[in-house]
Design a protein around this ligand. Sequence first.
Ligand SMILES: [Mn+2]
Length: 426
Amino acid sequence: MKIDISRVQEHDKKLMESHNQSFYFLANTLEKQGFDVENIIKKIADFQVAIPSWALGAGGTRFGRFSYHGEPGNLEQKIADVGMLHALTQSAGAISLHIPWDVPEDPEKIKALTKSHGLTFDAMNSNTFQDQPNQEHSYKFGSLCSVNTKAREQAIQHNIDVIRIGEKLGSKSLTVWLADGANFPGQNNFQTVLKNTQDSLKQIYAQLPEDWKLFIEYKPYEPYFYSTVIQDWGTSFMLANECGPKAYTLVDLGHHLPNTNIEQIVATLMMKGKLGGFHFNDSKYGDDDLTVGSIKPYSLFLIFNELVYGMENNPQNPYPAWMIDASHNTKDPLEDLMQSLEAILMAYTKALLVDQKALKSAQQENDVVECQEILHQAYNTDVRLLLERARILNGGALSPIKAFRNLEIRKQLVLERGKHSVASGL
Ligand SMILES: [Mn+2]
């Protein structure tokens, strides 16, 4: 199904007068502070975040899975869901596919369908963290790191197959996240598994088209609880350097131990020109897959402050690929994604409001109090009106969640797809 956005716009018309009044007041205040509001709104409108296909259904826990009614049951329906999300928010302009969950039967048709929703294809995601039916060699004890040469070769070939599918769709990057690791001391020889991983990634990298990028994720623990082969940004950075200039580190917010200074990792990687991609989510304890900004919105702002600084000052770093990486089991997945998009754009906009010149001079003078004041001034600005403005100008909804509810979209999805449809995924 497709959203009739004119119905949303018709409804929003009644609210525009109140929006305009509040917006002009805020815009005026910001202009007086020296900000170019029009330019900020353009930046918000241009900021697009990819939606992974696995975020559209209910995620499972390791104890069970409760499906959400009206989940997309095939690739076409997943694209339709992201299309609806984009129509309402105007900030979800790309979809990220997972292979083998989303193998397109007819790539040309899928490409055309995606385009008709105004979407592009973000990074392709390979999967060597679970065995597929009829798979010859198991990944139970690792994939790209495996001491079993046959399993390793099979995992390398899978990644190459994913690149080939992505080429047909017009994707330009491959994201590799490995579950490889060990549960017990002595289980793996650390140097052997790291070397195997390095060799495997090099072979995948060799098959990358000229205009593609390889993103390497890291994670300190889970699914294994003693060690993971690519445990931290340093290991990912080292592997990316070994592969070559088209390989980059990918930062996933949930893939850090509690209290890690992620903003500092971002700054370091951007200075080195190696931050390729970014996965958004939030966490309280570990890789909790919670809604972006639901637990630590100030941390997200500090991270965006470094991202904005890097985007303005580090031409050696490519524009990062943004993606939400979460999968919920309690909320309507589409509503949750709207909340995530809002939180991302809020943190980004607040970071755009940091007075970089004043901050630099306060830093030069070691005026610690003033440095904090400058950050707080930006963080405490209510930027929701700027987000509304950018959405309206792009043809989206004033309030996406309200529109989603007013149009009773989930009800229609249940009618169309049934109560017990299940999206592929975990
Ligand atoms: Mn991720």
